[in-house]
Write a protein that binds this ligand. Structure first.
Ligand code: UFG
Length: 337
């Protein structure tokens, strides 16, 4: 069976992808610098799957760290989740975002060439669409006019990978543009761990639901949407993880570069999320209408048809599932201290 290196594999999307890959019989090696994750995630992956992935605490921008890993395994593919992902932080500290997100990618590409690994799946983002056109976004929509440095690093890396694939006929690259990942593994054993104050809606809702925060701020209720609040394409983290497995299968059989959206194709408003969470979990989410958040677009959702066409993949879980699974993860964490 194929052997896959998951760079950033202890993080939110990486850990769920590790579970799905192991479930499909792939051999998984995780490299993570633990800057935004915890080594205990490896125990949780082992608990869910019955298989413990080999783990390296390693920085993907550090050639020495990565050479050791590439030297010890013959990888069929690399899945590159290893990036910084806070939009706010990227505005206040752009240099570290360009340095980290681009360096890691270049180092991985160099080592893949050196060690004869020719397939990469890359974590891109719907952030590359910016505000240049209207949803639904298909992969051919204008991209690159990003609202923040985080999105720009993703767009730049897409260009780097496209150029690399054009120059090397052996290379296969799939760039996945994620919409809004939410939820947690249904076991409640792995999920998102926001460091500090959460930026993302669902992470914040969880803290309000558990009483850690008083009220959910709703950033603007005067957008041109049905209820005035921002609309997004929330996708269950397990669906997103399964999307990686199908992308990997595709990359095994094709060369060249492809950009593919991973979303559901359906948009929900902030109030839809709050009301769904309350209904599904029987908890109250007090909220307050706040100012619009700078850099936010009114509406973002995907045209997911390319993923269906190319990979035979589509999202299956609902917003109800995301709210339920996120809440059981949060409660389990609290219980486990
Ligand atoms: N929102 C609130 N209150 C909050 C947090 C968010 O009202 O406390 C609203 C936002 O204004 C937006 C929606 O909820 O309308 C979703 O916001 P998130 O922060 O959860 O997600 P974004 O769509 O802003 O960001 C996500 C990813 C980014 C990525 C971006 C690209 O988190 O990594 O999509 O579109 F860059």
């Amino acid at each position: 069976m194929s052997m896959v290196l998951l760079v950033g594999g202890a993080g939110f999307i990486g850990s769920h992808t590790a579970v799905e890959l192991i479930g499909q019989g792939y051999e998984v090696v995780v490299a993570d610098n633990l800057s935004n994750s915890d080594a205990s995630v490896i125990d949780r992956i082992a608990e869910i799957t019955g298989v413990r992935p080999e783990f390296y605490c390693a920085d993907a921008a550090d050639r020495g760290d990565m050479e050791e890993i590439f030297g010890a395994h013959a990888f069929d593919a690399v899945i590159h989740f290893g990036g910084k992902k806070s939009v706010n932080e990227s505005v206040s500290d752009p240099i570290s975002y360009y340095r980290n997100n681009i360096d890691t990618t270049l180092t991985l590409l160099e080592l893949m060439k050196e060690y004869g690994c020719s397939r990469m799946i890359f974590s891109s983002s719907a952030a590359v669409y910016g505000d240049a056109s209207d949803a639904p976004y298909s992969e051919t929509a204008p991209a690159g006019e990003c609202a923040n440095p985080y999105g720009r690093t993703k767009y730049m890396i897409e260009q780097i990978l496209t150029d690399a694939a054009a120059a090397d006929p052996e290379l296969s690259v799939v760039m996945l543009r994620y919409f809004n990942p939410a939820g947690a593994h249904e076991s409640g054993l792995i999920g998102e761990r926001p460091a500090g104050e959460p930026n993302n809606l669902m992470s914040y809702v969880l803290q309000v639901a558990s009483g850690e925060r008083e009220a959910q701020p709703v950033f603007g209720d005067d957008y041109p949407t049905p209820d005035g609040t921002g609309v997004r394409d929330y996708i269950h983290i397990t669906d997103l993880a399964k999307g990686h497995v199908t992308a990997l299968r595709y990359a095994m059989e094709h060369t060249g570069a492809e950009i593919v959206n991973l979303g559901t194709g359906t948009g929900y408003s902030v109030l839809d999320v709050i009301k769904t969470f309350e209904r599904v979990n029987g908890v109250k989410i007090p909220y307050v209408i706040a100012e619009r958040r700078p850099g936010d677009v009114a509406v973002s959702y995907s045209d997911p048809s390319k993923a269906q066409r190319l990979f035979g993949w589509r999202a299956e879980k609902t917003l109800d599932d995301m709210c339920r699974d996120a809440w059981s993860w949060q409660q389990k964490q609290k219980k486990d201290g």
